[in-house]
Design a protein around this ligand. Sequence first.
Ligand code: NAP
Ligand code: MG
Length: 496
Amino acid sequence: MNLAIDWRAEARRLTLRNQAFIGGKFVAAASGETFECVSPVDGTVLAKVAACDREDVDRAVKTARAAFDSGVWADQPPKARKRVLVKLAELIQKNANELALLETLDMGKPISNARNGDVRAVAECVRWYGEAIDKIYDEIAPTPKTALALITREPLGVVGAVVPWNFPLLMAAWKFAPALAAGNSVVLKPAEQSPLSALRVAELAVEAGIPAGVFNVVPGFGETAGQALGRHLDVDALTFTGSTEVGKLFLKYSAESNMKIVSLECGGKTPNIVFADSPDLDAAAQGAADGIFYNSGQVCDAASRLLVEEKIHDSFLSKVSALAEKYRPGDPLDEKTQMGAMVDSTQTKRVLDYIAKGRDEGAALVLGGHQVRQESGGYYIEPTIFDRVQNRMTIAREEIFGPVLSTITFKTAEEAVKLANDSKYGLEANLWTNDLTKAHKIARSLRAGTVTVNSRDGGGIEVPFGGYKQSGFGRDKSLHALEKYTQLKTTYINIG
Ligand code: NAP
Ligand code: MG
C-alpha cells in the first residue's frame, strides 16, 4: 500500500453513488424515498440512499429477466464472459483505494484491512470465477450403448442476492462472481448499513462489459426490498448471507412464493480448541486474538469460544490478553489502526448488552468491556475477554458479533469435542495440537463446514466455505459455489 495516502483528503474528494442501479443506470426509488447512510467512523451522514421497495425490486427483476432471456450475457461463449470478468477484476484493482474507502466510511473497518484484505479478495474472487468458467466440462452418463445421455449445466436465470454489512463487497462478490460467470442475471440487495461499494462495483461491471440489466443493485431495507426479492415469483434462486434468523425467513418466502432455490450462509459460534501440545502457543494465541478481534469480531466465523486445555489456561490467557492490546480501537482512516468501529449504534448496544449479560450470568470479565472513543461521534468497543465461561451461558451460545471472547476450560479431548459441538451453529472450528492422529480424529468429529488445524486461516477462494447445522447450507467460494447458480439438464437420446 502507498503509505503516503491522506485518506481524509481522499474521502472529501469521493463522489458517492446513492441511487439504485437498474438496467445499467442509476435511478431513484419509484417512491422517491431515501434513507440516511451513516458512517460509524464519526456518526456523520454520508449520503441519502434510494430506499428501494417492491416496485423497484420488480423493475430490477424484470430487467434482469429480459437481459437473461435475450441471451446477451448467458449465450456469450464462456471465453467471452471470462474476458469481461477479468476486466472487472482489473477495474476493481484499479479503483481499489476508492472501494476500500467506501467500505471504511460506510461500516467502520480499518482502511488497511479494507484495502489489503477486502478489496484485494474481491478482485481475486471475480478474476478466479472468470478464469474458471472456460475450463469446466459437462458429463456423459454411463448408459447402455443404445442411448447417449448428456448432462449439462445451465444457468438458472435471475439470481437474487441478499448480503450483510461486515464484509460488504466481499460477501456480495462471493455470490455475484460465480452467478455471473455461469451466465445468470443478478439482483443484489446490500445491507442497509453498507450499500455504497456495491453501487460503485455495479457501475464498474458495466464499464467492464457486463451488458446493462445483467447486474442490478437495489439498496433498501430487509423487510421491504429484501423480502420483495425473497418472495418474487420470477427470481429463480436466492442466495443469502446473514443471520440464522433472517435466513429462516428466506426459506419461508420461498415456500410461500415460487419454491425458488435458497442457499444460506448464516451465523456461527466458532470453537477454537487449544491443546497444551500445540506446536507454537504464541502462534495459537495470535490466532485466538486475530480470530475474535479482527473486524471488531463482526465476522461470521469469529473464534468467539476459546476452548483451552486446563493445564495451560493461565499462561495462554495472559498471552491472548497481551495481544488484545494491539486491537485498541482507533481511527479507521489511520493506516496503523488494527481495530475500527462497530457498524452502527444498534450493533454497539447489542454487544454491550451481551457483555452485561455475561457478567450477570457469572462469567469473569478479565479485559475490556466498555464503549470507547465516544468523543469521535462514532461507535467503538474495546477488546473484551471473559474467563470462566460455561458453555450454557448466553455469551457462549448466541452469536454476539462483536469483540467479545468467551474462555471455556477443558481437561480431555473428548470433553473439548463435546463442548465444541454443543452449539446450534456449525460454520467453523479451529484446533491447535502437535499430534497428527489427534488432529485428524478431532477434525472428523467436529460438525463444522471448515476445520482449521494450527492456523486460523481457512484458505482463499479455492476452498469451499459454508455451514453445518443452523449455519446454513450451500457453499460459497471454490467451484462448488457454481452448483448454487446452475442446474443440471439431462438430454437422453435414443441411438439404438
Ligand atoms: P441480517 O440482519 O440477517 O441481514 C442480512 C441481510 O438480510 C441484510 O441485507 C438485511 O437487510 C437483510 N434482511 C434483514 N431482515 C430481513 C427480512 N425480514 N427479510 C429479508 N431480508 C432481510 O445480518 P447482518 O446483521 O447484516 O449480518 C450479520 C450476520 O451475518 C451474522 O449472523 C453473521 O454470522 C452473518 N454472516 C455470515 C457469513 C457466512 O458466510 N456464513 C458471512 C458474514 C456474515 P438490512 O440490512 O436492510 O436489514
Ligand atoms: Mg453505513
